[in-house]
Design a binder for this molecule. Structure first.
Ligand SMILES: Nc1ncnc2c1ncn2[C@@H]1O[C@H](COP(=O)(O)OP(=O)(O)OP(=O)(O)O)[C@@H](O)[C@H]1O
Ligand SMILES: [Mg+2]
Length: 173
């Protein structure tokens, strides 16, 4: 089941009041997480930024596996928790998959030299974006994953018109 909530600006408690589209879904198992990732892959375009928040093991990398599957990538998708970044070159897109868990301060993100990756044509998916603090450019979409029973709940918010468009056009299951 897919739930698209349109909330009036005054009743939405978030920092970008001009954008009001939220998406929420229960993901009963890892396959459901991957399926949603595949659907999100349709939104990825040059420069698109998708940030993934949620505690350790909440399903962020699993979602990225689905995104890459949706993009037609058939190789192994490694978690970038140690390498910090993996680059995927897919015919229509360059995609950086970052994991900033290991940064202890936002300055470490600056020093790592990733800023240019966020201003070019590549799409960027980031796990643990909060570790880069305010230095990181804002996302088009931000997803928050949380454990819910044996599955996960996901909430996605749009922060740009591209993100909003994505949520509007996510096809129903
Ligand atoms: N909807 C779901 N229901 C149950 N298990 C899930 C679901 N989605 C993912 N998982 C499982 O959760 C585990 C952790 O997933 P994953 O590695 O994607 O988490 P993560 O958020 O990337 O963690 P980290 O912060 O350590 O990078 C995996 O075993 C995965 O199969
Ligand atoms: Mg991960």
């Amino acid at each position: 089941m897919l739930l698209l909530i349109q909330c009036a600006t005054h009743s939405c408690n978030h920092s970008h009041p001009e954008l009001t589209t939220h998406f929420a879904l229960h993901l009963p198992d890892a396959k459901a997480t991957q399926r949603l990732g595949s659907r999100l892959s349709l939104c990825l375009a040059p420069g698109f930024r998708l940030y993934l928040r949620g505690e350790l093991g909440s399903g962020k990398t699993t979602l990225v596996r689905g995104v890459l599957e949706g993009l037609g990538y058939r190789g192994r998708v490694k978690s970038p928790s140690y390498a910090l970044v993996e680059l995927y070159v897919i015919s229509r897109l360059h995609l950086y998959h970052f994991d900033f868990y290991r940064f202890r301060t936002p300055e470490e993100w600056s020093e790592a030299g990733f800023r240019d990756h966020f201003s070019g044509a590549a799409a960027c998916i980031v796990e643990w974006p909060e570790r880069a603090g305010d230095l990181l450019p804002g996302p088009d979409l931000e997803a928050v994953l949380a454990r819910a029973g044996s599955g996960r709940d996901i909430r996605i918010r749009a922060f740009s018109s591209a993100g909003e468009q994505c949520l509007r056009t996510l096809p129903d299951d």
